[in-house]
Design a protein around this ligand. Structure first.
Ligand code: MUC
Ligand code: MG
Length: 375
């Protein structure tokens, strides 16, 4: 194959530590800050694509940590990609497929950077490179996870008042189950019909606990129950799906596109959380969306609490979809007190507005990046 004018010259993976507005309490980890991995992919035609691979709480959420993502990008992905034609995204990603197992977070950063570069090269938003957007904005849920019921209710009221969010996800599973249920019911009663209230258990319950708890949540007006039990208990997920009065959403159960197929085949969940990081990028997540659509499974635009880059990369993919029945949770940048881009994403009237600029539509702020990058 002849040398392209857009040959990939270098990949640089940068770990960035950013402060959060408050602690964010999940079943397996309490975040005191957030760590992003930003990827800069430079091409011979002068175009730079940017991508992001971000997870939650080191290794407490998934199989990749910020540190392992950086090492794997530097040592394993970069040598495969340097010299390749950046404008042929299919060829680049298939070259990775042949050699790399798993590592969907790192893969997602690469696929995002290639899409961003392609968009800048042709003057098109990533959504148009993906075939075209069918909307310009996405409704965004907020997660109430301060760990305190009264604070969460006050935060929810503020968000409603500011017209920023009217869908709330509560993170439970760390505490005693009856206390968690009381916490959820108190918040639902306070917010009432003004809000959609959902929970994310992050796999913390066993099947017996979940059987009872899902019934109580459903009877108390909770709209959606995310990943109540372990991703490994497939039989339990299928049984729970048959007994729960409130719909179940698969999150951790999907670590790759093939997981999505197997969950759909088994009838394990009527709703899928779509996350670019867990499928291998904005194109890869659309393959999971296609599987869900074919199986009659509802879609939700999920997040790994990425910063602006990963959030808008996700949004460009999600705005190409026919239907997102459960909306999205693309609020990552709003959990951070600092950003590393010149123009942060725009949130208004319950929605994230997706720019019609080339690529993902963001420019790195070099001064801020230098300040927050890990040395
Ligand atoms: C998860 O488990 O879904 C998404 C929103 C949030 O608050 O945490 C995440 C991760
Ligand atoms: Mg989740």
């Amino acid at each position: 194959i002849e040398m392209s004018h857009a040959a990939i010259e270098s990949l640089e993976a940068i770990i960035v530590d950013l402060p959060t507005i408050r602690p964010h309490k999940l079943a397996m980890h309490t975040m005191q800050n957030q760590t992003l991995v930003i990827l800069r992919l430079r091409c011979a035609d002068g175009v730079e694509g940017i991508g992001e691979a971000t997870t939650i709480g080191g290794l407490s959420y998934g199989n990749e940590s910020p540190d392992s993502i950086k090492v794997n990008l530097d040592r394993h992905f970069a040598p495969l990609l340097i010299g390749q034609d950046a404008s042929n995204i299919n060829a680049c990603m298939q070259r990775i497929d042949r050699v790399v197992k798993g590592n969907t977070f790192a893969r997602s950063a690469v696929e995002t950077a290639l899409l961003d570069a392609q968009g800048k090269r042709f003057g098109l938003p990533v959504s148009e490179i993906l075939g075209g957007r069918v909307r310009d904005s996405l409704e965004v849920a907020w997660t109430l996870a301060s760990g305190d019921t009264r604070k969460d209710i006050a935060e929810g009221e503020q968000m409603l008042e500011a017209r920023r969010h009217r869908i709330f996800k509560l993170k439970i599973g760390a505490g005693e189950v009856n206390k968690d249920l009381a916490h959820v019911i108190a918040i639902k009663q306070a917010l009432g019909e003004r809000a959609s209230v959902r929970v994310d258990v992050n796999q913390a319950w066993d099947e017996a606990v979940a059987l009872r708890a899902c019934r109580i949540l459903g009877e108390n007006g909770i709209d959606l129950i995310e990943q109540p039990i372990s991703r490994h208990n497939r039989g339990g997920q299928v049984r729970l799906n048959q007994s729960s009065p409130a719909p179940i959403m698969a999150d951790e159960s999907i670590e790759c596109v093939e997981d999505a197929f197997n969950l759909a085949r088994d009838g394990a969940a009527p709703v899928f959380a779509l996350k670019i990081a867990k499928n291998g990028g904005p194109r890869a997540v659309l393959r999971t969306a296609s599987i869900a659509e074919a199986a009659g499974i509802g879609l939700y635009g999920g997040t790994m609490l990425e910063g602006s880059v990963g959030t808008l990369a996700s949004a460009h993919a999600f705005i190409t979809l026919n239907k997102l029945a459960w909306d999205t949770e693309l609020f990552g940048p709003l959990l951070l007190t600092e950003d590393i881009v010149t123009e942060p994403p725009l949130y208004r009237d319950f929605h994230l507005h997706v720019p019609r600029l080339p690529g993902i539509g963001l420019t790195l702020d070099e001064e801020r990046l230098a300040r927050f990058r890990r040395s």
